[in-house]
Design a protein around this ligand. Structure first.
Ligand SMILES: [Zn+2]
Ligand SMILES: [Zn+2]
Length: 263
């Protein structure tokens, strides 16, 4: 039986950091293993880390951008061809099933491409849903397509993931008091922040969200290597005094026991 813990599988932004898959994060608690986002390269890395004998119980997608969902395709083939003896649920944001069907229709006209491998469901924003051992909730956040921040609770501990998002106020109450906040930090600190409809945030803005929401600890992800990882950490720490790290694939971060205060 696992404690509540997070293992990043891939942390690259839309463009790859060298050797690193796009977004994918494994949550474990008890006997449950769920994958949050499934961007390009995530399943290959998952198999390298855990092998095919450790099935994922569910995949939960934050939004239909390639770097968050494209590896659903090889995962579907692994299951439907019988290589992976997995029977995962697939939780999609509202409207995503139609978007994915459009994508798949470029090579498969059947319309049940994913249903062949997954038990497909769409979650309702604002309505709690249960995935494995986790109570989940979602809130829509501003981005270039509909994007949903997610929060997972298990036996009194909590993990929040901002997904991709632009600046907004709703994220603060939604993430209030989380033990571990995983926040995107795609923009460099010297980015032009004046665009009213921008769909990403800086590391210092991620730090400010963690501080305002009184999170215990902060993990940064979706940081382009070109921004400088140390620069991103320094910027986040200028706003948030709790434990702050760069999410690193393959590492295990305790949620129930919380991150150590080492900085
Ligand atoms: Zn992204
Ligand atoms: Zn995105």
């Amino acid at each position: 039986m696992n404690p509540f813990q997070l293992i990043p599988i891939g942390t690259s932004p839309a463009w790859y950091n060298p050797g690193e898959p796009n977004s994918g994060f494994l949550l474990e608690a008890g006997d449950s293993r769920i994958l949050v986002d499934c961007g390009s390269g995530v399943i290959a890395r998952y198999l390298a880390l855990f092998g095919a004998k450790q099935p994922i119980d569910a995949v939960v997608i934050t939004h239909v951008h390639a770097d968050h969902c494209l590896d659903l395709v090889p995962l579907k083939y692994g299951i439907s061809l019988g290589t992976l003896d997995w029977q995962p649920q697939l939780w999609l944001p509202p409207g995503a099933r139609r978007r994915l069907d459009r994508l798949v229709s470029t090579w498969d006209g059947g319309g049940d491409f994913f249903e062949d491998a997954f038990e497909v469901r769409e979650y309702d924003p604002g309505e709690a849903f249960r995935v494995g051992a986790f109570d989940c909730s979602s809130i829509e956040v501003p981005h270039y397509v509909e994007s949903f921040a997610l929060r997972f609770e298990h036996e009194g501990s909590s993990f929040g993931y901002t997904a991709d998002l632009g600046p907004n106020e709703q994220i603060i109450p939604f993430m209030q008091g989380v033990d571990v906040l995983l926040a995107e930090a795609a923009l460099p600190e010297d980015a032009d922040l004046s665009a009213p409809d921008r769909g990403h945030i800086t590391a210092s803005e991620a730090g400010q969200i963690a501080a305002s929401a009184a999170a215990h600890s902060l993990l940064l992800t979706h940081v382009p290597v070109e921004n400088g990882f140390e620069a991103a950490l320094t910027a986040a720490r200028s706003k948030f005094v709790g434990p702050t790290r760069l999410a690193t694939s393959g590492e295990c971060y305790p949620v129930a026991q919380r991150l150590a205060a080492v900085r």
